[in-house]
Design a protein around this ligand. Structure first.
Ligand code: ZN
Length: 145
């Protein structure tokens, strides 16, 4: 929707949730800062992103709208040679080529996605090197029955 930002009051949250009705069932979706989520895009496309902020904005219609500020995972078309899992690169802070603010409702309910840091020799047991932006998508995630 097109709106002018008349209100400068923006509220930040650590967690937000919403409920959707799908096939007659209600499903609660909860998003935390730091979560890695799958985001629905146009034409059944989706992407993966890390949630950096959760923002509530009051629109000109006096309704509250919740948005997430994200950092995208970019598919660099490489695989880990041992695991054969895709490698993604976390978008750099200076890269604004992709929209980074999206309505919270774009978070897909089936977000069972897990990424692990593609550690290098600079990582330790307590600290991941933050200048290494590469992550491995865990394709071995499954639901235990
Ligand atoms: Zn690491």
């Amino acid at each position: 929707m097109d709106q002018a930002l008349l209100s400068t009051h923006i509220h930040f949250y650590n967690v937000a949730s919403y409920t959707i009705k799908k096939d007659g069932d209600y499903q609660k979706i909860e998003v935390h800062i730091g979560d890695i989520v799958e985001i629905a895009l146009v034409e059944n496309e989706s992407g993966f992103a890390s949630v950096d902020a959760i923002i509530k904005h009051r629109g000109n219609d006096e309704q509250d709208y919740v948005f997430i500020y994200i950092t995208w995972f970019e598919d660099i078309s490489r695989q880990d040679e041992l695991l054969l899992c895709p490698i993604y690169q976390l978008q750099k802070d200076t890269n604004h080529s992709w929209y980074r603010i999206h309505p919270i409702s774009t978070v897909k309910s089936t977000s069972e996605v897990l990424f692990v840091h593609n550690c290098d020799s600079r990582c330790t047991a307590d600290h991941h090197e933050t200048s290494n932006f590469k992550y491995i998508q865990n394709n071995f995630l499954f639901t235990a029955i």
